[in-house]
Design a binder for this molecule. Sequence first.
Ligand SMILES: [Zn+2]
Length: 271
Amino acid sequence: MPYLTQLADVARRTGHPVVEVPGWRTRGHGPQPEVRGIVCHHTAGPRAGGDYPSLRVVRDGRPGLGGPLSQFGIGRSGRIYVIAAGRCWHNAPSTSPLHTNSCSIGIEAENCGSQPWPRAQLDAYWTLAAELCREFGLPVARVKAHREVNRLKPDPAGIDMNDFRAAVAVLLTGPSPAPRATWTEEIVRDLPLLRPGAKGYDVKTVRANLFARGGLAPGRYGGQLGLKAWLESTEYDDELAVDVAAFQREQGLDDDAIVGPATWPALLRVS
Ligand SMILES: [Zn+2]
């Protein structure tokens, strides 16, 4: 089996919003040879910090363990992050031959390990597990907690896996939920194409999102304007074009400094 490039479509069948993390189709420790099981994790990330603050760690790894750590992430809002299509380091050593890194898919849901699970996030968790069972022809019993296939692990804390599997089984008796446009897709349809020299309120949106994503060159807004004035400016000037082009390069997009259908979704995505 090659890279699992169908995973974003599988995620969209849950009806939950989906973020395709740039580069996911070729990300992995080599291809995923087969899918025989699903392993559920919690990230043990920060208690606060937004929807999916563990994205960088799950995508890039941590000291001693290279990323990607799992194919999927689930944010607190129920948004599903598609992170990798190849093999991931999420369960070794496995006590189950059906749940090794080479034959299972990992889902890292955002939770510090001792906080309640929001209903929308749980619903996304169940539904994603159900759609993966459907896609790969797996029985519900193949959906396991990390702690069920690795004695050293506690996750996902606070989730009774018998209840979890019962919820997945119920979902599998019905059809897949209808895919829906993500909030970014819905918004992007109404956003204009912005080139350097443009003027208007939407330029402020570009500035605010660049700033929020840390996408500004150091010292960019420390000069004459000051940060507040920089954020308030409705002019797409040359300085902003440099920052937009740098952001585009980082995202793997053409660095033409034109904010259009490819760049808006990258700017507006939560990560
Ligand atoms: Zn785990």
